[in-house]
Design a binder for this molecule. Structure first.
Ligand code: BMA
Length: 335
């Protein structure tokens, strides 16, 4: 398949860091993780989908079964000393169901300081998709602070209060696909959210004609908040996935937000940062998906970018902080 874009040369892929075959419990897909620093190393909460296999999809598309099994999922935990090699904890650590809630997925981890971590996640409910926020210190016990009204997801908390308030990016679903835009809301307590402002409309991102969303929680730099996002384009030809009619391409993107008023974009790269090109990004459950959920700035100027690939595995890529910032300005479409 010929893609319109290519990943810039300064991105160094480190490959797959987590895959379903390594799971100590039932797993079909392990992807869309949140990652942060923890106890001198790194911590990862990842999405673990189970209850089905590639064979079910082959059987379905070849007419042997009329219905696909339902997707079940939980969140798993892994820890690492180098960010590349991960030890998976023996049991999943988080799941949600009941009271109209079907499942929780796509976690993102923000270090709020003082040993406290904010975890944002999407919630599938009978009334529609919702965005949840929980607090944890040990990644075993989670205190759910708030779950939004439908329809919303892709929340990412900033690591510090701005103007005395907690701040999050989010992606409500508005009317019509092209209006799935990135918004920013503020809260005094992580429970009550408001003062919402539009950050980026889907139609203003050149590599997206369907929807966009916030990705990893923003990282503070001297130039502003470095922020990853994803942009979705409709493809004519489906990628070679288990889901054979999946005709979408998910790119990773990057932008810089104003340090004092993060609802304002300083620079937005009008071309993608991560394009699905490697076999593990192109083939899987849903081929052609890059879904970044974690970004860590290292003291030596390297940035680790964690992303789900093909909705099947979790990957790591690295770049220099300066290259990411230069990329935003060189290809800035917000002039
Ligand atoms: C989105 C979410 C993500 C997923 C992506 C691509 O709508 O469901 O969890 O990675 O689609 O399938």
């Amino acid at each position: 398949m010929k893609l319109k874009f290519r990943t810039p040369d300064f991105i160094r892929r480190k490959g797959v860091v987590l895959s379903p075959d390594r799971m100590p419990y039932e797993s079909a897909l392990t992807f869309n993780a949140g990652v942060n620093r923890w106890h001198g190393g790194y911590v990862m909460l990842f999405r673990n989908d189970f209850g089905f296999s590639k064979k079910d999809y082959d059987d379905y598309y070849e007419g042997r079964i009329g219905r696909l099994p339902p997707t079940l999922n939980n969140l798993g935990l892994a820890v690492s000393s180098d960010g590349l090699h991960w030890d998976i904890r023996p049991e999943p650590v988080f799941s949600m169901s009941g009271n109209g809630i079907i499942r929780a997925y796509d976690p993102r981890i923000t270090d709020l300081g003082g040993g406290e971590y904010g975890v944002c996640f999407a919630v599938e409910s009978t009334a529609g998709t919702r965005g949840g926020i929980a607090l944890t210190k040990d990644f075993e016990h989670f205190e759910v602070k708030s779950i939004s009204v439908p329809v919303n997801r892709n929340m990412a908390l900033f690591p510090e209060k701005i103007g005395g308030e907690y701040v999050r990016l989010e992606r409500p679903f508005l009317t019509g696909d092209r209006n799935h835009s990135i918004w920013l809301s503020r809260s005094p307590d992580l429970v009550h959210w408001g003062e919402s402002e539009l950050v980026l409309a889907c139609g203003d991102l050149p590599y997206s004609d369907l929807k966009i969303g916030p990705a990893a929680p923003p990282v503070k730099t001297p130039q502003g908040w470095l922020t990853l996002l994803h942009g979705v384009e409709v493809q004519e030809q489906p990628f070679p996935g288990w889901a054979r009619d999946w005709k979408r391409c998910y790119y990773g993107g990057v932008m810089l937000l104003d340090p004092e008023n993060p609802a304002k974009i300083i620079a937005l790269a009008g071309i993608p940062l991560l394009v699905p090109e490697e076999p593990y990004e192109i083939e899987g459950y849903r081929g052609g998906v890059i879904f970044p959920g974690g970004m860590i700035a290292e003291p030596d100027g390297t940035v680790k970018i964690y992303y789900g690939a093909a909705d099947t595995v979790e990957c790591l890529a690295e770049a220099k902080m300066q290259d990411l910032i230069d990329f935003c300005f060189e290809h800035n479409v917000m002039k």
